[in-house]
Write a protein of this length. Structure first.
Length: 102
C-alpha cells in the first residue's frame, strides 16, 4: 500500500519520471500493477523469464523472490537487463540498458 501510494504520487507529477526502480518489497501487485497500467515497462519482463533478485537461506530451504524492479517510461526502451550475482547482500542488483526513443 505504501509503495502504491508513492508511485501514484510520482506519476501525478507534471513531468512523470522516466524510470521507477528499487526494492518495492513486492513481486507483483500494488505499485507494480500501477506502473504497468500506466504504460511503464518492467525491464526484466521484457526479457523473459524474470530472475529472482532476492534470496535468503533459511537453513531448511532457500526463500526467493523478485522485490527489486526497474521500470521505464515511454521515452526509454529496455534493450538489456541482468541480475548481478555475488556480494554480501541478500538482494542481487539489477543492471539495465535502455535506448532513448522519441
Amino acid at each position: 500500500g505504501a509503495r502504491q501510494a508513492e508511485i501514484r504520487a510520482h506519476l501525478g507529477c507534471t513531468d512523470a519520471p522516466d524510470l521507477a526502480l528499487g526494492d518495492f518489497n513486492e513481486g507483483e501487485g500494488g505499485a507494480v500493477d500501477v506502473l504497468t497500467q500506466a504504460g511503464y515497462v518492467e525491464a526484466q519482463r521484457a526479457f523473459a523469464p524474470p530472475e529472482y533478485t532476492w534470496e535468503w537461506d533459511a537453513g531448511y530451504t532457500t526463500l526467493r523472490g523478485r522485490p527489486d524492479h526497474i521500470f521505464s517510461g515511454p521515452r526509454l526502451r529496455p534493450i538489456g537487463v541482468q541480475v548481478l550475482r555475488g556480494g554480501a547482500s541478500d538482494h542481487h542488483p539489477l543492471r539495465a540498458v535502455f535506448e532513448v526513443g522519441p
